[in-house]
Design a protein around this ligand. Structure first.
Ligand code: SF4
Length: 360
């Protein structure tokens, strides 16, 4: 049964409020449903980014597109959620069924915020208009370079021009739809040795696209198996380039964020902290920060397997078998809610950037 938009909207507001209360009281079993559900729509990609965690020989040949029939059962229990992330570890617009999936979600869950992360190369005018017509979405475009040469090096394909032309058009269309569509537009940049010199120029590029926000990420938080690409041994250069990026962002009045511990203790956070207690420069133990992910988010893969968060890889159940509600209050979720903010958090949480205060 499809809910009327006004009813759906009210349900989401009530769920949000209830979730807030249950989070404050750190309840293990929840009446509220996840605020954010990520439903992977496929795993294929048209780029070969050097730092990707999922493009090794072991996964070659296992990529797939989800059909609408496969997708629908994953949504059971999503009525109260505020946001659905319609993407996974791959390029969502490569899936020929993505249009049918998008139509299903917008019809069945009217008003829900749709979040998508793309490399922008296939985000053409037709898609841009579809999102703007729908009117409530957030978009991240993963670019990771400010020039064609560096893009080719980092993304493994010569598609900078295609991405650039799409995002220039998107700027014009957002202007055309101003006041009619609610959209938030971020561009992101994974910092590696080969691109760190372009961090400041990347902010200029973002400004040319009229992006709302620029997000820098440290490779070691994303793929710890790529130390040969990591800029972790170039902390001074990263600080200098990030400092310049901050200045450009201020000049352009554009938001900027980082998963780089730029100002605090060091850039080598993950390596340095390892699996032991986090230690600050002066040798004292750092206070672990609270994490609210187990109260907010559920990530679901194309096979229906749900995971706790993008940091841990902890499997919490299978949505195809138990539905979102069943997994949400299953044993694993409840156990992590009970332990994540306790004096003795699980090992995977103790070394997580969220608990270390490096990332929110
Ligand atoms: S602390 Fe990190 S690993 Fe643990 S639940 Fe939170 S986000 Fe996930």
């Amino acid at each position: 049964m499809t809910l009327l938009p006004a009813v759906a909207s009210r349900l989401r507001e009530m769920n949000f409020e209830l979730n807030r209360l249950e989070t404050v009281f750190q309840k293990a079993q929840l009446v509220s449903m996840p605020l954010v559900v990520q439903l992977s729509t496929g795993t294929r990609c048209n780029l070969r980014c050097a730092f990707c965690t999922d493009r090794g020989p072991a996964t070659e040949g296992h990529y797939r597109d989800l059909t609408l029939d496969e997708f629908i059962p994953l949504t059971t229990g999503m009525d109260c959620s505020s946001t659905v992330q319609l993407w996974g570890w791959g390029e969502p617009f490569l899936n020929p069924h993505y249009g049918a999936i998008f139509a299903y979600v917008t019809e069945q869950y009217p008003g829900i915020e749709i979040n998508v992360s793309t490399n922008g190369t296939l985000f053409d005018e037709a898609w841009q208009r579809r999102f703007l017509e729908y009117g409530n979405f957030s978009l991240n475009v993963s670019i990771n370079a400010a020039s064609r040469e560096t893009y080719r090096l980092v993304a493994g394909q010569d598609l900078f021009g295609q991405m650039e032309s799409n995002l220039r058009r998107f700027r014009e269309l957002r202007e055309e739809y101003r006041g009619r569509a609610r959209s938030r537009f971020t561009v992101s940049f994974v910092v590696v040795r080969d691109n760190l010199h372009e961090m400041a120029d990347f902010v200029d590029l973002a400004a040319r696209f009229a992006a709302d926000h620029v997000q820098f990420m440290d490779l070691m938080h994303i793929n710890t198996h790529c130390p040969d690409l990591s800029a972790a041994d170039r902390a001074a250069a990263v600080k200098e380039h990030f400092g310049a990026a901050l200045e450009r962002a201020a000049a352009h009045h554009i938001g900027i964020g980082s998963f780089l511990p730029y100002a605090g203790n060091d850039y080598l956070a993950m390596e340095r902290y390892g699996s032991g207690a986090p230690v600050a420069d002066n040798g004292t133990c750092m206070a672990l920060q609270p994490c609210y992910e187990p109260w907010r988010t559920m990530l679901v893969g194309t096979d229906g397997m749900a995971t706790l968060c993008c940091r841990s890889g902890v499997v919490t159940g299978n949505v195809r078998q138990a539905g979102i509600a069943g997994v949400w209050n299953g044993e694993t979720y409840q156990a992590y809610r009970g332990a994540v903010n306790s004096p003795a958090p699980p090992e995977v949480c103790r070394v997580c950037p969220v608990k270390l205060g490096i990332s929110s």
